[in-house]
Design a protein around this ligand. Structure first.
Ligand code: AMP
Ligand code: MG
Length: 342
């Protein structure tokens, strides 16, 4: 049921994207000459919508769908024939080059965010029941027991061999979709597609501009209203990835528990933010950082942005303020005025 509700709410986002890409001043000639193809795929518990333009669009989308199924199979940790399952159960396994590269990138993000992003979070996710949907509020003792193995430094990549120490287990849920969207964009380029938008739940990535030369319009969801938007980003050749506690949660005894965990205590992050959206040319980085900065909160998130290149951010605070980093000043139009972070 929850998945269905999520799927419907995600479709809302897709509609915005799909409708907005039909808006603008598309001339009749453009419409006739720009062949468009679309595909909807369900994978990684997510409704994925891909839209590509140009003569090779169908072939590119077919290749992209293959890649989605391949990565879903490799990375789904609950599936007995996935690479992550092999690492998590055996403590060491040879994985595909792509998976090794993704885990390396994830570990770099963990290192640079001081462990706010941590792919060894699997035992804690399991304890809360987020993986199975059988939700449970753990005791402090249970939490500290499950945290014992949570430390990204317990995960090592050596060539194509991924190994873990201290019984650590990997969960790539915070970065897999960003990696997948990047891979899809690469597949589009290889197929000669130069205009494309993919929407994988809260992860959107674009290639080029819309066929009429204008930028893609991507709504940033209102954390308090699944059909509402706090603003619109105008992007091209960029990913926009949102993390927010509203995306997956359960309620018990009047308290809401969501799925983004602060690895320092094993509890859902309460950092004063309702959502973080990262805009970057690198979809993998955008996904990892959206999760990390949500955990870090506004002040540490701003500090991180000031000391690292390659991305911009939209923060929505618990007080419903919107703050954007200055690279987005001309790319974000908020429903209320956004404060610009310099
Ligand atoms: P996202 O929606 O990209 O923020 O990712 C949330 C998902 O990432 C969760 O459902 C977990 O699978 C995983 N996760 C939760 N907390 C963390 C964390 N602190 N670091 C890395 N992954 C996390
Ligand atoms: Mg993420």
């Amino acid at each position: 049921m929850r998945t269905l509700i999520r799927a419907i709410s995600l479709l809302g986002i897709l509609f915005l994207v799909a409708c907005s890409s039909e808006n603008g001043n598309v001339s009749k000639d453009n419409v006739n000459s720009d062949h468009v193809a679309e595909k909807i795929v369900f994978a990684m518990d997510t409704v994925m919508t891909l839209r590509a333009y140009g003569p090779n669009a169908e072939k590119a989308l077919a290749d992209a769908e293959n890649e989605i199924q391949t990565l879903d199979q490799r990375l789904r940790r609950g599936s007995a024939n996935s690479e992550i399952y092999a690492v998590n159960t055996a403590g060491s396994a040879e994985v595909s080059e792509d998976t090794a590269e993704l885990i390396s990138t994830a570990l770099d993000i963990s290192e640079s965010t001081g462990g706010a992003f941590d792919i060894s979070i699997a035992p804690v996710m399991d304890l809360w029941g987020f993986y199975t949907g059988e939700f449970y509020v753990p005791s402090e003792a249970e939490l500290s027991a499950s945290l014992a193995a949570v430390d990204y430094r317990n995960v090592n990549v050596n060539g194509k061999t991924v190994s873990t120490t201290n019984g650590a287990r990997i969960d790539l849920g915070g970065i897999a979709k960003g990696y997948l969207s990047s891979q899809i964009i690469d597949i589009m380029k290889k197929n000669g597609v130069s205009s494309c938008i993919v929407s994988l739940g809260g992860n959107i990535q674009t290639l080029g501009t819309k066929p009429d030369g204008s930028s893609w319009k991507v709504g940033v969801q209102d954390p308090d209203d699944e059909n509402g938007y706090i603003g619109v980003l105008s992007i091209s050749d960029m990913a926009a990835v949102t993390s927010g506690g509203y995306q997956r949660f359960f309620e018990q005894d009047g308290t809401v528990y969501h799925h983004i965990i602060d690895p320092s205590g094993g509890l859902p992050a309460q950092s004063g933010l309702k959502s973080v959206t990262i805009v970057s040319a690198d979809g993998t980085l955008a996904d990892g950082l959206s999760t990390a900065l949500y955990v870090m909160g506004l002040d540490k998130g701003i500090e991180y942005w000031r000391s690292h290149d390659g991305f911009d951010a939209v923060f929505v605070t618990d007080d419903n303020e919107i703050l954007i980093t200055k690279g987005l000043a001309d790319m974000f139009e908020g429903r209320i005025e956004a404060l610009i972070i310099e």
